[in-house]
Design a binder for this molecule. Structure first.
Ligand code: 218
Length: 185
């Protein structure tokens, strides 16, 4: 199922890197960007969704090992630390078209595909957090604010800032080292 040893090793390293970046900042602020999303999306665009989802899953699981899980209930934790993190690997569904565009030197198409992949990964992940926000985090909403708008505000802003960081990184890497997205082994 996971036959490429190089890709497996990369998945483990990327998950560890994403987890290390998740420790910034060192306090719970749901408005802050998820810096770990950067290596995860880049890796998914290099290796495709199967390895990307695996790396996302490991990233989510590392939160348990390091005691970084905010637990409200079992279903909340499964939604926010398993499903949401694994979803980030979905960026990899556009890896093959991106690689084709790069090989054919279609720079503009490559940029569009990478942006679409980043948008897909980040929006699916934050959709799960948005949903969890309405269902599980409503008691944290300021008085008078509906759980829907509270969750949209919190997770929408975190999602947009995260997407911004991911898009800037993709733009830089595609410009200076597009070979990253064309693994040889
Ligand atoms: C309104 C609201 N507050 C907090 C959370 C929890 N949440 C949000 C974003 C990301 C993560 C994963 C760890 O970084 C978590 C647990 C929420 N969903 N909604």
């Amino acid at each position: 199922m996971f036959s490429k040893v190089n890709a497996l090793i990369e998945a483990a390293v990327i998950a560890a890197l994403a987890m290390a970046l998740s420790l910034i900042p060192d306090f719970a602020s749901w408005f802050t960007p998820s810096f770990g999303a950067v290596p995860l999306v880049l890796f998914s665009l290099r290796r495709g969704s199967k390895y990307g989802i695996l790396a996302g899953l490991i990233w989510g699981l590392l939160h348990f090992i390091l005691g970084r899980v905010y637990y409200l209930s079992l279903s909340q934790v499964l939604l926010e630390y398993i499903l949401a993190f694994a979803s980030m690997g979905l960026a990899g569904v556009l890896a093959a078209p991106l690689q084709k565009a790069l090989r054919q030197k279609q720079k503009q198409k490559a940029f569009s595909l990478a942006f679409a992949a980043a948008f897909l990964a980040v929006s699916v992940r934050y959709f799960w957090h948005f949903l969890a926000g309405i269902i599980f985090w409503s008691s944290y909403a300021p008085k008078g604010m509906s759980p829907f708008y509270y969750s949209l505000l919190v997770n929408g802003s975190a999602g947009i800032i995260t997407l911004l960081f991911v898009i800037i990184s993709v733009l830089i890497l595609l410009t200076v080292q597009s070979r990253f997205f064309l693994p040889e082994h």
